[in-house]
Ligand binder design. Structure first.
Ligand SMILES: *Cc1c(COP(=O)(O)O)cnc(C)c1O
Length: 373
């Protein structure tokens, strides 16, 4: 009965779409060790390097000593500690909103939020290149899904125009696109949402800590603070820990605490993760040198964000180049379908505050050799 599994795996291998795990044996700053080989890591989402910061680690250790390793129940039962509460307050303040709620992951934040906000009589309108967790949330939600082209405001307006019959219209977009490194046209989206009376939700997973003068996200980057209804993000990227969050009005957050199934029916984040995130936010707020180093490194790569895609189209070519970079001591992820559309395979380079000028120059010269213009 289970032959299909082996057949499917063989088909994935045949199409160069098979995935396997790489095992990290050691982490030291921008470097990692895999199979005993030291590599400069160009695929981490720890953009500011805060997962390795001594103060962040220390606060997590203190929390383990005080509260233990697990949170022992869901938030609404007895998994809610003072650290969860402090973290939610900090996030609300950081995002300039009345209130915030944390979920165990960003994936769960998207799933719980979207499925609890819209139903049968509603429609969700999304960018074609939104993150998989948004797509999965839309599949679970009973609302009608409508997709516009990447950053295509004209089509978004056309969809809004013909969607008056729906009770609620929810526009959801990544603010900094995870595989493309470009930014959603937030001011235009906000304007259209106001005009057509739609709800707006932005996913600031990659922009929290990396965009805007103080790293507060795309909203700060565009000076459109507090103009979207729902701000979602993750604590697992620039914040260096684990967890997802939503910030917004008090009633919105209260509603999610009562309705979001991925908040209610799962164990709370470990207290140590909350403590680590709290420490990371405090560092971001008090010391701008991490963001300054990140911006400096982005400039060395002539980029405006820390995510730099190099489109290689073909899956086989992509893994070949990734392997050649690996041999040169550079760890870059080759991204293939279904993470990106067919024919849009790419090397996804992420730069962080921790990279040195020499490491970046080595990457650039290797890419020039391996991918002649
Ligand atoms: C990573 C990511 C998520 C999921 O966050 P996790 O905390 O890793 O589950 C959601 N949305 C986007 C755009 C992401 O890049």
């Amino acid at each position: 009965m289970l032959e299909f599994i082996e057949q499917e795996l063989a088909a994935l291998k045949q199409a160069n779409l098979y995935r396997s795990l790489k095992t990290i044996e050691k982490i030291e700053g921008s470097k990692i060790v895999i199979d005993g080989k030291e590599l400069v890591n160009f695929c981490s989402n720890d953009y500011l390097g805060l997962s390795q910061h001594p103060k962040v680690k220390e606060r997590a250790i203190e929390a383990i000593k005080e509260f233990g390793t697990g949170s022992r129940a869901s938030r609404l039962v007895c998994g809610n500690t003072i650290l969860h509460e402090q973290l939610e307050k900090k996030i609300a303040q950081f995002k300039g909103r009345e209130s915030a709620i944390v979920f165990p992951t960003g994936y769960m934040a998207n799933v719980g939020t979207i499925t609890s906000l819209v139903g049968e009589n509603d429609t969700i309108i999304i960018d074609r290149l939104n993150h998989a967790s948004i797509i999965d949330a839309c599949r679970l939600a009973k609302a009608k899904l409508q997709v516009y082209g990447h950053r295509d405001i004209v089509t978004l307006e056309a969809i809004l125009k013909r969607s008056a019959k729906f009770a609620k219209r929810l526009i959801v977009t990544d603010s900094l696109f995870s595989m493309d490194g470009d930014i959603a046209p937030l001011p235009d989206i906000i304007k259209l949402a106001k005009e057509y009376n739609a709800i707006t939700m932005i996913d600031e997973a990659h922009s929290t800590g990396t965009l805007g003068k103080n790293g507060r996200g795309a909203e700060e980057h565009f000076n459109t603070e507090e103009q979207t209804d729902i701000v979602m993000g993750t604590l697992s990227k620039a914040i260096g820990s684990l967890g997802g969050f939503v910030a917004g009005s008090k009633p919105l957050i209260d509603y999610l605490r009562n309705k979001a199934r991925s908040f209610i029916y799962t164990t709370a984040l470990p207290p140590a993760s909350c403590a680590a995130s709290l420490a990371a936010f405090e560092i971001i707020e008090s010391d701008d040198s991490f963001l300054a180093s990140l911006k400096h490194n982005e400039k060395l790569l002539k980029a405006d964000t820390p995510i730099i895609p190099i489109i290689t189209h073909d899956a086989e070519r992509t893994i070949t180049i990734a392997r050649q970079l690996f041999e040169r001591g550079l760890f870059v992820s080759g991204i293939r379908p279904p993470t990106v559309p067919e024919g849009e395979s790419r090397l996804r380079i992420t730069v962080t505050a921790q990279h040195s000028k020499e490491e970046i120059e080595c990457l650039v010269s290797s890419l020039r050799q391996l991918i002649p213009a």
